[in-house]
Design a protein around this ligand. Structure first.
Ligand code: CP3
Length: 338
């Protein structure tokens, strides 16, 4: 049990002194220390596979920001590689995925091929007993959309056309990836992850109907089967939260991580779930007094004394100012519940 178990207590709805805080993408390019380590490997995938470097980078936010959880350093695209998808990161362009596009060419996922990820979890736990360790994976739709687009996309045209015109194949692909993510997350729990987060970053581009019929059933099933296999709390992050919140509530996720499209205080009043979020990340581009004001405004609006984790509504960006991120974390840490 980590010394600081605020997050775990907040998830269980137990008494806490202050709301816990961690930030999506907390280990990243906005930190000069990250850039220092990143320069030690040319390719981003090699960097992810360099266990010692990944452990050091995972620990940076704990050392420099004093957050209440460490998320292991990796990427959501990592489990696609053992399935036969070539994953590269092109400087200034982002992820690039290459495969034939034919289901028959996808290899059956073997979780042991991501052994380096479980090694990172074990070593991060050995290196510090201060805070819980978060393992993660992409949600089926977010991974499938990367596979179909081959890169980040502005309109997800290929994904949508595939989904509508080749529904049978789309469902098959979603099933394959759901199975892989289930095995990948189970292995992370076995390695000692204290919490698991599922990132559904691209759902905001979907209509309500497509999410409900072609995306939600897979994530619901994934979480259900994961909860059968492990006791580890599960966080489901989904973009476009206001459109899908009622469906997300039906999952067995312990925590819903939401973006700034919804009124968090109102949502929490109408729900028994634990929530994480939802400060708009762009607030971090504003002046210090605005960052403090918006953060305190959100904290004061939380209608509970537990069952909440502070986070952004999406991840930190590379061009954000470290000192402002630190101010944000300090502001949350300084807000006591009375
Ligand atoms: O949160 C953390 O600090 C843990 C590490 C983490 C990374 N990616 C490191 C990373 C996590 C949890 C992710 C998840 C991830 N990766 C998501 C879901 C979260 C979200 O933001 O929606 C997504 C969509 C990806 C896919 C991905 N990987 C993108 C879009 C990029 C940026 C590409 C670019 O060059 O801007 C990456 C690469 C990546 N993953 C970086 C980091 C720190 C930057 C690459 C580098 O340092 O060279």
């Amino acid at each position: 049990m980590p010394k600081n178990d605020l997050i775990l207590r907040s998830i269980r709805g137990e008494r806490i002194e202050r709301f816990p805080v961690w930030l999506m993408r907390q280990a990243g390019r906005y930190m000069k220390e990250y850039r220092h380590f990143r320069a030690m490997e040319d390719s981003f995938m090699d960097f992810c596979k360099n266990v010692d470097l990944a452990v050091k980078v995972s620990l940076l936010p704990l050392e420099l920001l004093r957050v209440d959880a460490v998320i292991i350093f990796s990427d959501i695209l990592v489990p696609l590689e053992p399935m036969g998808v070539k994953v590269e990161f092109v400087e200034g362009e982002g992820p690039k995925l290459t495969w034939s596009g034919k289901l028959k060419d996808l290899k059956k996922y073997d979780p042991s091929e991501n052994a380096y990820v479980y090694e990172i979890i074990k070593k991060v736990k050995e290196a510090q007993q201060e805070v819980p360790v978060i393992g993660f994976a992409g949600a089926p739709f977010t991974l499938v959309s990367y596979m179909l687009e081959g890169k980040s996309s502005r309109d997800f045209r290929k994904t949508k056309l595939f989904m509508w015109e080749r529904e049978f194949d789309f469902k098959n692909l979603m099933e394959r990836i759901t199975e892989a993510v289930l095995q990948y997350l189970t292995a992370q729990a076995q390695a000692g992850a204290d919490i698991l987060q599922i990132f559904d970053s691209w759902t905001s581009f979907l209509s309500r109907n497509d999410y409900e019929e072609l995306v939600f059933p897979y994530v619901e099933e994934l979480i259900h089967r994961l909860k059968e296999k492990t006791d580890v709390p599960v966080i489901y992050f989904f973009k476009g939260s206001s459109s899908f919140i009622d469906l997300a509530q039906k999952t067995e996720a312990d925590v819903l991580s939401v973006d700034w499209s919804l009124d968090l205080s109102l949502t929490m009043l109408n729900s028994d779930k634990v929530f994480q979020g939802n400060l708009e990340p762009s607030v971090l581009y504003a002046k210090e007094d605005i960052i403090k004001f918006k953060t305190l405004e959100l904290l004061r609006s939380i209608p509970r004394r537990s069952g909440y984790i502070f986070n952004l509504g999406h991840g930190l960006a590379p061009d954000m100012d470290f000192n402002k991120v630190k101010l944000l974390v300090d502001t949350v840490r300084g807000y006591t519940i009375n």
